[in-house]
Design a protein around this ligand. Structure first.
Ligand code: NAI
Length: 559
């Protein structure tokens, strides 16, 4: 062998191992020559479009969604541009694979299918050093963190460190659905242990093998995390995800006025329900201020939605307390009335000055709501008498059975349309297929948070917002409803189609950004054309011309 001249570090094999720079078989001949890639790839370059088609074909050959999830996850670790080009080629088809429901199964099996790592794992045993651990992440400009402690993952409960699948999947949606650039996003898990005995007994479990830390020690750990993020990345927004309710609520209350932060389970969920209501009002031609809602269920979902609706009503001039009384709650013990002694503090603002009512249909007759919203987790409670009573009181009754999954829905789309003679304005928490009644086709909408959180994320990222206020969620909800075409409304569909999620989210993000500027919350100067500004900040999956490679430390992302 003749004398070996050392190659520049940023070439060849290393380039192929860097998911942000790798183009795989799409490296051109010139790039291959320039960067020491010749011989390391099959010789004939292909385009990004052909690579996307190849992945589509490979996915089509798999009949198991978890296998598809794993294929896409490997792709994300190998070639980020191609990963997003695939997802963005058909977001409606890929959302259920990279996020719910498939991400749930992937998170459950996380320890058994663990392959390449992604994001930052912060165990409570590293308390005092969280800033050092966070600083090990190779990207130095982090603008968006999704963080969980894995305690209440979707409907699956405590998955411990396996909950990391959720921030990873959710961030993929921020990029796919609203164009938040992936290089600014970081998934994080706070590992405080798990109370799931099956995980604690599993020799393959990868998280801390201890019960969950609670109380002050937990709060101090979360405090240190927030401080570390703020110290390293002062413009970073923190989105809390899938925490148990008793931690989620105080965490949001503690930080919402101190840093840029929000909780999608609480605020995004309420906003998507409000978006459905704004969409419904476009059909009925009525004003929000004139609505009266009756919730079946008085838990965290019901009170969160009722609170945001009340705030939105107040913005239309209704006194806030009166607005709260337009949102009545009914739980397992009947209508929430002031004489009840069993109400929690968060329920009391919605208790009515009314005689007790123990049957839901009686409450419907007594309060004459314009809409019923089901968040009870109990199927079939919007039965024929309830729907018929709503249809008797209202020309266009709003019927929203939001309990998930489908098996828990308070009624089906078909029941709502049939029992109301096709007059119900319907949306559900789970997807329902179109329904045909008397020759007319109705298209049920699904109140999916994906209409809200990616757009909020994009607006916050682009404007470098200092806070995420509830008002921004109301703006987002209105902007979602604006996106529904008259054609969709004619079929009863009150949410935009998921296939058009990117343009819809960019519209919502622009509206939210406008309010961020109006309220003086932005960290950048107000541009003349906000929609154009948002579009210019949005990520598009395309290969950059690889000039002289400039490998960032992200080269070592995957182990
Ligand atoms: P939760 O457990 O906090 O509240 C459930 C409430 O339903 C309680 O107030 C309980 O008293 C009441 N309830 C139970 N059985 C009842 C009965 N037979 N009659 C009347 N009330 C009854 O639950 P959470 O977190 O509020 O969630 C509720 C449901 O809403 C879940 O299925 C969740 O998946 C769904 N949800 C859907 C969303 C969406 O579609 N975007 C958003 C948020 C929640």
């Amino acid at each position: 062998m003749s004398g070996t001249s050392p190659r520049p570090a940023a070439t060849g094999y290393e380039l192929l191992r860097n998911p942000r720079l790798n183009k795989g078989s799409a490296f051109t001949e010139a790039e291959r020559r320039a960067h020491g890639l010749e011989g390391l790839l099959p010789p004939v370059p292909i385009t990004l479009e052909l690579q996307v088609a190849r992945i589509h074909a490979e996915l089509a050959s798999l009949d198991d969604d978890l296998q598809k999830y794993l294929l896409l996850s490997d792709l994300q670790s190998r070639n980020e541009t191609l990963f997003y080009a695939v997802l963005m080629s058909d977001p409606a088809a890929f959302m259920p694979i990279v996020y719910t429901p498939t991400v749930g199964e992937a998170s459950q099996k996380f320890n058994h299918f663990f392959r390449s790592t992604r994001g930052v794992y912060l165990p409570i045993t590293a308390q005092g050093r969280l800033k050092d651990l966070l600083a090990n992440w190779p990207d130095k400009d982090v603008r968006f963190i999704v963080v969980t402690d894995g305690e209440r993952v979707l409907g699956l409960g405590d998955l411990g460190v396996g909950g990391m699948g959720i921030p990873i999947g959710k961030l993929a949606l921020y990029t796919t659905c609203a164009g938040v650039p992936p290089q600014f996003c970081l998934p994080v898990i706070l590992d405080v242990g798990t109370n799931n005995p099956a995980l604690l007994d599993d020799p393959l479990y990868l998280g801390l093998r201890q019960n969950r830390v609670r109380g002050e020690a937990y709060a101090a750990f979360v405090d240190e995390f927030v401080e570390a993020v703020h110290a390293l990345h002062p413009t970073c927004c923190i989105q809390w995800e899938d925490f148990a309710n008793f931690n989620a609520v105080p965490i949001l209350a503690r930080y919402r006025d101190k840093v840029c932060t929000f909780n999608d389970d609480i605020q995004g969920t309420a906003a998507v329900a409000l978006a459905g209501i704004y969409g419904a009002l476009r059909i009925s031609g009525q004003r929000l201020a004139d609505q009266r809602f009756l919730f079946l269920g008085a838990g965290s979902a019901a009170t969160g939605i009722a609170q945001l609706i009340s705030q939105a009503m107040a913005l239309e001039g209704v006194a806030f307390e009166a607005a709260q009384s337009h949102n009545a709650l009914f739980d397992i013990n009947g209508l929430l009335v002031r004489s009840r002694a069993d109400l929690a503090d968060f329920q009391k603002p919605f208790a009515l000055d009314h005689a007790p009512v123990s049957a839901f249909v009686e409450a419907v007759r007594a309060l004459r709501p314009t809409g019923v919203i089901g968040v009870s987790t109990v199927p079939k409670l919007f039965n024929q008498p309830v729907i018929e009573a709503m249809a008797e009181i209202n020309e266009r009754p709003i019927i929203f059975p939001y309990s998930n999954p489908t098996s828990r829905s308070e009624c089906t789309a078909e029941e709502a349309y049939r029992w109301s003679d096709g007059r119900a304005i319907f949306a559900a928490g789970s997807p329902f297929p179109p329904v045909e009644i008397a020759g007319k086709t109705f298209v049920p909408g699904q109140g999916n948070n994906v209409y809200i959180f990616p757009a909020i994320g994009m607006a916050v990222f682009a404007t470098e917002a200092s806070r995420v206020t509830d008002e921004l969620f109301i703006v987002a909800a209105k902007a979602v409803a604006e996106q529904v075409t008259d054609q969709s409304l004619a079929t009863g569909l009150i949410y935009p189609p998921q296939s058009r999620i990117l343009p819809a989210s960019l519209h919502v993000a622009a509206r939210v950004a406008e309010r961020i500027f109006d309220k003086g919350l932005a960290g950048v100067d107000r541009p003349a054309d906000i929609p154009a500004f948002i579009r210019s900040r949005a990520y598009r999956p395309a290969y950059a011309k690889t000039s002289l490679p400039n490998l960032s430390p992200a080269a070592t992302l995957n182990g």
